[in-house]
Design a binder for this molecule. Structure first.
Ligand SMILES: Cc1cc2nc3c(=O)[nH]c(=O)nc-3n(C[C@H](O)[C@H](O)[C@H](O)COP(=O)(O)OP(=O)(O)OC[C@H]3O[C@@H](n4cnc5c(N)ncnc54)[C@H](O)[C@@H]3O)c2cc1C
Length: 309
């Protein structure tokens, strides 16, 4: 490990806490990956700005982690600083009429339940999606029943120099599992919801959740859908047709319930998952002419690892 990553991080960062060689297996839902050099938990936005400025001054790579539910981390871990926005100020939710501001560190499901309890509709389609508001905005999380970008009015961000800015939703480039927020730290967002009967919201939420429970392995260790759907066919359908359901490499296995989920069924290494995913991409190209793009975010895995030619 380079000594510059080992600098005295505890000095003068307004109450931030630090952990060296943080185990990424416990910070991600799929539970694989080597350690992060330094995991930092800033106490508030001022403390975060101090960290970002110091990292930028010393050219230390910075990554932000939310709930780790869309992340695959290399077995060698990640160099530099991983920042978690899980202290209280980053989790605040403030309601005002039909609007709510939610901090990036707030759990998406906590936000959805609070909205439902206040008779505010607009989050029901996100039922069952783990992780935080920040991670959901970054990847425009959602599915057939709606995406988070539809409810967002504006997003509060910090740039890598510690400056705060507000982007209108139309400036965030929300697309299919994507946004243009890649270069920012998302601090939170304001959402506009519609008043509705509380019971109706609860019923709709339950219906979405039941549908997902039937078709997705929500209680197993995964990073959600592994590949994006190509324009003409669902990735899961293709993977199932190619006979991959139940296929294993080490502790990694293609889900029997939904073929676009790769599971850690016990002691998987990131390398097992990559090997299985590479084989799927290869077969999809040969059998369907499809180039399967990753939906999961990857940290520390070189591009060549996915190449199968
Ligand atoms: C069982 C299961 C079901 C799922 N179902 C769905 C689904 O139906 N639809 C769907 O879209 N996704 C789904 N996912 C994937 C995942 O839950 C979502 O993508 C979620 O929104 C990721 O949020 P997170 O906080 O866990 O992000 P993380 O996994 O922590 O991070 C994802 C990316 O966002 C970045 N990021 C996180 N927080 C911030 C921030 N504050 N500022 C800047 N960048 C940030 C990270 O750097 C990383 O690049 C599912 C996952 C699982 C495990």
């Amino acid at each position: 490990m380079s000594t510059k990553w080992r600098m005295n991080w505890s000095a003068d960062f307004g109450g931030a806490t630090f952990e060296q060689d943080a185990d990424m297996r416990r910070l991600t839902t799929i539970g694989v990956g080597g350690p992060a050099d330094v995991l930092a938990r800033p106490a508030d936005a001022g403390s975060l700005a101090g960290l970002l400025k110091r990292a930028s001054e010393f050219e230390i790579p910075v990554r932000i982690i939310g709930g780790g539910s869309n992340l695959l981390v290399a077995d060698d871990g990640v160099r530099g600083l991983v920042i978690a926005l899980d202290s209280e100020p980053f989790q605040r939710m403030e309601f005002s009429g039909t609007k709510v501001f939610a901090g990036a560190g707030a759990r998406l499901q906590a936000l959805a339940s609070k909205c439902a309890a206040r008779g505010l509709s607009g989050m029901e389609g996100l039922a069952g999606i783990p992780g935080t508001v920040g991670g959901a905005l970054r990847g425009n999380a959602g599915g057939n029943y709606g995406v988070i970008g539809n409810a967002a009015r504006s997003v509060l961000c910090m740039d890598r120099g510690g400056e705060i800015l507000v982007l209108k939703a139309k400036e965030c480039g929300f697309g299919y599992r994507s946004s243009s927020l890649r270069n920012f730290v998302i601090l939170g967002a304001e959402f506009e919801l519609s008043p509705a009967d509380q019971e109706d919201i609860t019923l709709r939420t339950r219906a979405v959740l039941q549908e997902k429970m039937k078709s997705q392995p929500l209680n197993e260790r995964s990073a959600g859908c592994f590949f994006k759907n190509p324009p003409d066919k669902a990735a899961g359908w293709m993977i199932e047709r190619m006979g991959f359901k139940g296929r294993r490499v080490g502790g990694a296995m293609v889900s029997q319930l939904h073929a676009n989920f790769i599971l850690n069924v016990g002691g998987a290494a990131c390398g097992d998952i990559v090997m299985l995913a590479r084989e799927i991409r290869k077969r999809a190209k040969i059998e369907f002419g499809a180039d399967l793009e990753l939906e999961v975010e990857t940290w520390g895995i070189p591009e060549e690892a996915w190449a199968w030619r």
